[in-house]
Write a protein that binds this ligand. Structure first.
Ligand SMILES: Cc1ncc(COP(=O)(O)O)c(C=O)c1O
Length: 421
């Protein structure tokens, strides 16, 4: 029932995206989609203390849109990022080369806004972040997807032989792609980490064909430590690319909490200035940035170490549940970090159908078709996000998923050692 007779429909602008839906804020009981964090890993007490300190120190600066920090966002948080990005990813940048955004999604939108026009060509990984795929579809660009590989040690990523073929084909047609979008450090969805040697090849190929690199490091804090409790990762492409043709984005969504909506773009000022010109929202929420600046300068490293331990425990539970319930029917490489697992099922399974059947039973998974573009065997893959559900929910959910899959497609033929009918 509606209490207004006014009809907006004939007034709506053309070509709007599909309408949103009202939603009660309930996730399905077995929620294996979305980059959500574990509720008990949100550092609530320390965030409360940080909020008190931040407001005491700088609360009065909320009286102006851009506080005393200017258009780029709260300066102490940008200064924290300068230190963090140097220490963790080898990046040399100044606070004036960092733009704080409302999640890294806004960074993606700003990069697309300054670079893309309908008809442009963009290059990206064949399996990639669905948020980018939907943006490419609505931007009217010509997508070129490049095959990925995954090695047993968790390295891999965009294949450079295939990238070179694509760049040559573009050059032959007189097409200069607008950028190469990559998620090199904990790729979404495969969770591979691109080796330093391959990053070098990528930089060289991009330079040869005059194409910028768009580096998304959204998950790069989520890497399991080695036996000495140290995290080893290659430098960011931004750090290695001396031609400075790389635009880098990152986020606090995965390391602290997605609902904070704080991300960032790092780029040369010439490029960043164009994004600042497009960022017409009068600033991203300042309180979130203030609290993070206060919290992160003291706690970030210890928090991330604890977070990764919790995520690894969940991954172990997921791997055990898959082995128990799917047996050899589920193929995957145990990843070196992250919050999701990319799983391949036998050819008779269509994971889009499986996802719909599972959803009806309260289990959400991401079907491979939604997470890829022109990828061979996409319908055999699905993504499971394991950071948010408890180990018990993971065990139960995977057992139920195997039952549904077995009923629908006849695989797995054995579930937890019991032959299916
Ligand atoms: C690869 C990648 N980039 C960017 C984002 C956007 O994250 P946020 O806007 O929360 O920073 C996501 C979210 O899942 C992602 O997977």
């Amino acid at each position: 029932m509606t209490d207004t007779s006014f009809n907006f429909t004939p007034l709506l602008a053309p070509n709007l995206p599909a309408p949103g839906f009202k939603w009660g804020g309930q996730y399905p009981p077995y929620n294996f989609t979305g980059g959500h964090n574990a509720p008990e890993e949100v550092p609530v007490d320390d965030l409360i203390a940080a909020a008190t300190r931040a407001l005491t120190k700088d609360g009065v600066t909320l009286s102006t849109y851009f506080q005393a920090s200017g258009f780029l966002g709260y300066l102490p948080l940008r200064e924290f990022l300068v230190r963090k990005l140097k220490a963790s990813a080898g990046m040399e940048c100044t606070a004036d080369e960092i733009l704080l955004t409302s999640g890294s999604l806004q960074g993606i939108d700003l990069v697309n806004q300054i670079l893309l026009e309908p008809g442009d060509t963009v290059i990206f990984e064949e399996a990639t972040y669905a948020g980018c795929l939907s943006r490419y579809a609505s931007a009217g660009v010509t997508p070129i997807s490049i095959p990925l590989d995954t090695n047993s040690d968790g390295t891999g990523g965009m294949r450079m032989d295939k990238l070179e073929e694509a760049l040559i084909a573009c050059a032959q047609k007189g097409v200069r792609p607008k950028y190469i979008y990559v998620i090199p450090t904990v790729q979404n969805p495969t969770a591979t980490i691109m080796s330093e040697a391959r990053r070098r090849e990528l930089i060289d190929l991009a330079a040869k064909y005059g194409v910028p690199i768009f580096e998304d490091e959204c998950y790069s804090d989520l890497i399991w430590p080695n036996d000495n409790n140290e995290v080893e990762r290659p430098p960011a492409i931004y750090a290695m690319d001396k031609s400075r043709s790389t635009i880098h984005i990152g986020s606090f969504s995965k390391s602290i909490a997605p609902a904070l909506r704080v991300g960032y773009v790092v780029a040369d000022w010439e490029v960043l200035a164009q994004m600042v010109g497009c960022k017409s929202d009068a600033g991203s929420p300042a309180l979130d940035q203030m609290v993070l600046a206060e919290y992160c300068s003291e706690h970030f490293d210890a928090h991330v170490t604890k977070l990764n331990t919790a995520f690894k425990k969940r991954l172990d539970a997921l791997v055990a549940a898959l082995e128990e319930n799917f047996g050899t029917a589920a193929e995957f490489t145990v990843p070196p970090g992250g919050m999701f697992l990319w799983i391949k099922l036998p050819a008779e399974v269509d994971t889009s159908v499986l996802a719909a059947k599972a959803m009806a039973a309260g289990i959400s998974i991401n079907a491979g078709a939604d997470w890829s573009y022109e990828m061979e065997d996409a319908s055999r893959y699905f993504r499971v996000c394991y950071a948010n559900p408890s180990t018990q929910v993971i065990r139960e959910g995977i057992a139920k998923l195997a039952e549904i899959c077995s009923k629908e497609f006849g695989v797995p033929t054995r579930i937890a050692n019991v032959e299916s009918e």
